[in-house]
Ligand binder design. Structure first.
Ligand SMILES: [Zn+2]
Ligand SMILES: [Zn+2]
Length: 344
């Protein structure tokens, strides 16, 4: 079968790779019907996460089951499904205490042996481990783009919104409106947040943020005055930092009112620092971490019931052959793509 393969740091090619096979009784094989390129794929390609090469890329997918192992009970050939970017077994000590993100038999799809050596989704087919545990059925009325949003961006954004305390009547500021930030906004709106402020320098992204549930938007590099006005001088109850830069981290911390909650989802690279004194006096709860894969099922239900839809994220559709060029294009500043839907 054909797959987008990381041949060298910075070089992706479409090549023939071995067909995936059932390796454990709990596995399924899926035909990939839609996949995408994520910010973390770019970090892998550019060698920022260890520099390993020689594997199929990609961790986001919608698939149709082609084959199931003998222990798979909940799914059958022909079912349309999504699964988590990070497989989780459900039975190890960490999974059993509710920490699926750090499953002892887990890792990340399409990210090399350092991340578990799982298959990648930018391919015609893939082996899914722990199929009964991990897969989420896609209801008939949910389109591929809406379902693909659940694979990572909506799940991770929703994790940020939850961990920033977004809830009925609470205010939230989201710093950077890439796919994850946009989905934090969308999830906060679905959770009943009242004032949702999108902060991003790109006007088109701010427009999309409004369409996905933001109530306010600003492109100001120093949004303090704007946020103060939007919140009646109180500051926001929660903030999501979705790019990972010291400047946006500082702005997010600054935007919080007393007892504010900050969720950091961005992977920038440069270290953050902050002044402990003023932060302590304000009282801040900070969370930084991985998306909660166990949210996928509930988010799919929200979409099925018409209460949310990540589909507007996807503004480009390409075939597998165009993936190497797409990796190049996504490294170009001002590329203008929010998120691509790839049809293997
Ligand atoms: Zn992703
Ligand atoms: Zn586990």
């Amino acid at each position: 079968m054909r797959a987008a393969y990381l041949e060298a740091v910075g070089r992706v090619a479409i090549r023939e790779v071995d067909e995936p096979r059932i390796e454990a009784a709990t596995d399924a094989i899926v035909d990939i019907v839609a996949t995408s390129i994520c910010g973390s794929d770019l970090h892998i390609v550019l060698g920022h996460l260890g520099g390993e090469i020689g594997f199929t890329l990609g961790h986001e997918y919608v698939g149709v089951i082609r084959e199931v192992g003998p222990a798979v009970r909940e799914f059958a050939v022909g079912d349309r499904v999504v699964g988590p970017p990070a497989p989780w077994c459900g039975v190890c000590a960490r999974c059993r205490r509710g920490d699926a993100a750090h499953c002892e038999r887990g890792g990340v799809l399409g990210s090399g042996t350092a991340f578990g050596g799982f298959g990648g989704t930018q391919a015609e087919r893939m082996r899914v481990p722990y199929a009964d545990r991990d897969l989420v059925r896609v209801p008939e009325q949910v389109g591929d783009a809406s379902a693909l949003g659940v694979a990572d961006a909506f799940m991770t954004g929703a994790t940020g919104a939850r961990n920033a305390g977004a809830g009925p009547g609470r205010s939230l500021a989201v710093f950077c409106c890439g796919p994850i930030g946009l989905m934090a906004i969308h999830a906060a709106a679905a959770r009943g947040a009242r004032r949702i402020i999108a902060v991003d320098p790109v006007a088109e992204r701010r427009q999309l943020a409004l369409a996905l549930g933001a109530s306010h938007e600003t492109g100001d590099a120093d949004p303090r005055a704007f946020i103060a006005e939007a919140t009646g001088g109180r500051g926001v109850d929660g903030a999501v930092e979705a790019v990972g830069l010291p400047s946006t981290f500082a702005a997010a911390l600054d935007a919080l009112g007393p007892n504010g909650e900050l969720a950091v989802l961005g992977i920038g690279g440069e270290p953050f620092s902050f002044a402990a004194g003023p932060t302590l006096l304000k009282t801040v709860r900070m969370w930084i971490g991985l998306g909660d894969v166990t949210l996928q099922e509930g988010l799919m239900a929200l979409i099925a019931d018409g209460l949310a839809d990540p589909a507007p994220l996807f503004d480009l559709e390409v075939g597998l052959d165009e993936v190497p060029a797409l990796y190049e294009r996504l490294q170009t500043p001002g590329h203008g793509i929010t998120k691509a839907l790839i049809r293997p």
